[in-house]
Design a binder for this molecule. Structure first.
Ligand code: UD1
Length: 362
């Protein structure tokens, strides 16, 4: 029996890991232990995902959160090491680009435990983003690199990975697996529509949480200003990240609509499926908009998911209100005539498990 230890801690990782955990259950000779770093801890940022997606209960919760990047990452390293020493996994799995990802990969690497990185090879080419630093460092110390896209593979090749011992596999995107699997369930179980009175109505679905938008007050003010303008025409639904909420309050930035609390996975799927357009600075939501055939305005200057822009499903609009308003008018309810299967066939997690099982045999 082989043991895999999965380290997760932030909202997008719950969505990604759930697909792989589900696929793992079908492999009787691999046992999974889950460690939650505690990075996200509000019930609607964490627990709701475990419940709805039936993610196995973490054996450990390290309760590291609410600190600066260095302190958070350092505390995670300190708390992860004894866990890895006592669990002695054959492989550690990390997801995405958060502080939990880097801390998990680094702890394992220092103990000479092989590391698998799901969502490897993504780059924004902006080193001021904490996520970019986490991605680059995690990729470099991983043994198995699971890339969601062709661009991700190319990024690694450009950085000289052909000469490194790590294995690179393009498997597609585990978030697509999750969206496909849970979309039926969401229809039956989501509660957001009656609660918000949205049935049959047009609306803009928006999320804002990136540091470059929330910590630069000018950017945040511009975004809220344009949302206030658009909301007079078509309602804005803004599930608000706790950090963004705090910063809006501290800076007396007022919305002319009522942002809602962060929603669970079923609700966000339903909100995506029925939206007229999506505006977001989240990485995951850009792809999820595409999965459901919705045009996305990305509230950033660059994206890691460049194939969405190149194929005309997404426009980078930054934070300038005029640019955003113009892009909104051009693209509201723009129907998709063709879906390119940019993120695989919805079987990324099965491929990951098969490759991992082979790797562990050797
Ligand atoms: C993190 C990830 C980001 C990911 C995002 C998804 C890093 C560097 N960033 O950003 O890549 O897209 O998660 O949401 O890891 N907070 C709460 N309740 C919670 C969680 C956080 O109040 O449940 C507060 C924290 O106390 C902290 C702030 O929100 O003050 C930021 O949380 P943090 O996890 O540091 O970063 P995110 O902005 O969520």
């Amino acid at each position: 029996m082989k043991k895999i230890l999965t380290i997760i801690g932030a909202r997008p990782q719950f969505v990604k890991a759930s697909a792989v955990s589900r696929a793992l259950k079908t492999f009787s000779h691999i046992n999974e232990v889950i460690v939650h770093t505690g990075q996200h801890y509000d019930p609607n940022m964490s627990e709701v995902f475990f419940r709805e997606m039936e993610i196995p209960k973490p054996r450990y919760n390290l309760e590291v959160n609410g600190a600066g990047h260095g302190v958070m990452t350092g505390r995670m390293l300190e708390k992860l090491e004894p866990v890895l020493l006592s669990e002695k996994p054959d492989l550690v799995m990390v997801y995405g680009d958060t502080n939990s990802t880097l801390a998990g990969a680094l702890t394992a690497r220092k103990l000479n435990i092989p590391v698998a990185h799901v969502e490897a090879g993504l780059r924004s080419f902006r080193m001021s983003m904490p996520e970019e630093v986490n991605r680059i460092l995690t990729d470099r110390i991983s043994d198995l690199l699971f890339c969601p896209t062709e661009q991700a593979v190319q990024n690694l090749n450009q950085e000289g990975y052909a000469g490194f011992p790590a294995q690179i596999h393009r498997v597609g995107d585990v978030m697509y697996d999750s969206a496909l699997f849970y979309s039926q369930l969401a229809e039956a179980r989501a509660s957001v529509f009656p609660a918000l009175g949205l049935s049959g109505k047009r609306y803009i679905l928006c999320t804002i949480h990136r540091q470059e938008n929330t910590d630069t007050i000018g950017n945040l003010k511009s975004l809220i200003a344009v949302l206030n303008t658009l909301n007079r025409e078509i309602p804005v639904v803004l599930p608000l990240h706790p950090r963004t909420r705090k910063i809006l309050q501290q800076n007396n930035i007022a919305t002319e609509f009522t942002p809602i609390e962060p929603v669970g996975y079923f609700d966000i799927l339903m909100l995506l499926k029925n939206a007229s357009i999506v505006m977001t600075d989240s990485g995951g939501m850009q792809k999820e908009a595409y999965f459901f055939g919705k045009y996305c305005l990305t509230l950033r200057e660059e994206t890691e998911w460049t194939e969405l822009v190149e194929n005309g499903y997404n426009q980078l609009v930054g934070t300038d209100p005029d640019t955003i308003e113009m892009a909104f008018r051009r693209n509201i309810q723009k129907p998709f005539s063709d879906l390119h299967k940019l993120y695989g066939e919805g079987n990324a997690s099965t491929q990951i498990i098969q490759i991992m099982a082979n790797y562990l045999k050797n």
